[in-house]
Design a protein. Structure first.
Length: 286
């Protein structure tokens, strides 16, 4: 059994690179998903994931699969889309979620068209749905740098971000740290989404952002525990998803997200915090 779970990674270097890159991505992106869930902004993460695609597509067209170029293009496009949605909301009174829902399909369509005009259909599929073959040594180093920097910056803004997520009005009355912490948090979300384009894919990486965080919510109410559970669950789904991709000859990104979805559904049913079976069972006698 252990040979089945590890033999592909021992035999193929590209799978080892994909595993390490995917695990470090999960360790940095899943905690961000917990904060998105805490702030009731999970759908905003989906919108930003689509919003980064035009910038990443333009960078891919000009520079190929270069993570620094993809990160720069995706960061500008993602933050630009979020700023545009906020501007529309302030100027028109339209709710921010409606603004994002209107803008992100435009971003997605623009990104796909830019990649199509580049005439690289195979690379287009890899960018949208992920490919373990795309994680070379240079990409792996870039993913490690992004992950370590993301975790360090998240630790730096942890306290003001928690306070801003729980009571933004109170934090604004006693401190000005809330807005910078929130802006840096959005930048970290965009940067991690771009970092996951290679192994997970532009359309799949949102699953690794949201699903482990949502699954962890059914197992604990404590924020530090939620952060650890989400990161560990995301890393486990990367490992098992790559195995499924190898043995079934399927794209790696959808396999990883499918297993994360299964973990979420199991948590919905079995989780001790508001899980379906927990709620349907009779209360224990005092």
């Amino acid at each position: 059994m252990l040979e089945v779970l590890w033999q592909p990674f021992a035999e193929f270097a590209f799978l080892r690179r994909a595993l390490l890159g995917g695990v470090v991505l999960a360790l940095s992106i899943a905690p961000l998903g917990v904060f998105l869930m805490l702030r009731r902004m999970s759908l905003m993460g989906d919108a930003i994931a689509h919003g980064v695609l035009p910038g990443a597509a333009l960078a891919f067209w000009l520079f190929g699969l270069s993570l620094p170029a993809l990160a720069a293009g995706g960061l500008v496009a993602g933050l630009g889309m979020a700023a545009l949605a906020a501007w529309v909301t302030r100027r028109t009174g339209l709710r921010e979620d409606a603004s994002l829902a209107a803008i992100y399909p435009i971003s997605l369509a623009t990104g796909v068209l830019l990649l199509g005009l580049a005439g690289r259909r195979i690379d287009l599929l890899h960018l949208l749905f992920g490919s373990a073959l795309a994680v070379d040594a240079a990409t792996l180093r870039s993913m490690l740098i992004v992950s370590v920097a993301s975790l360090a910056l998240l630790a730096l803004i942890y306290r003001p971000l928690v306070q801003d997520s729980l009571d933004a009005v109170f934090l604004r009355s006693v401190s000005r740290r809330g807005a910078p912490a929130y802006g840096l948090f959005l930048a970290l979300v965009v940067l991690n989404l771009v970092s996951g384009l290679h192994a997970i894919g532009a359309l799949m990486v949102i699953g690794l952002l949201v699903l482990p965080a949502a699954a962890a919510r059914f197992w604990s109410r404590r924020l530090p525990v939620l952060l650890g559970l989400a990161a560990g669950l995301g890393a486990l789904c990367v490992w098992l998803g790559l195995l499924l991709s190898f043995y079934a000859n399927l794209p790696s990104g959808p396999c990883i997200v499918l297993l994360a979805g299964i973990a979420y559904l199991l948590s919905v049913c079995l989780g001790p915090v508001h899980g379906l079976l927990r709620r349907s069972s009779p209360p224990l006698p005092c």
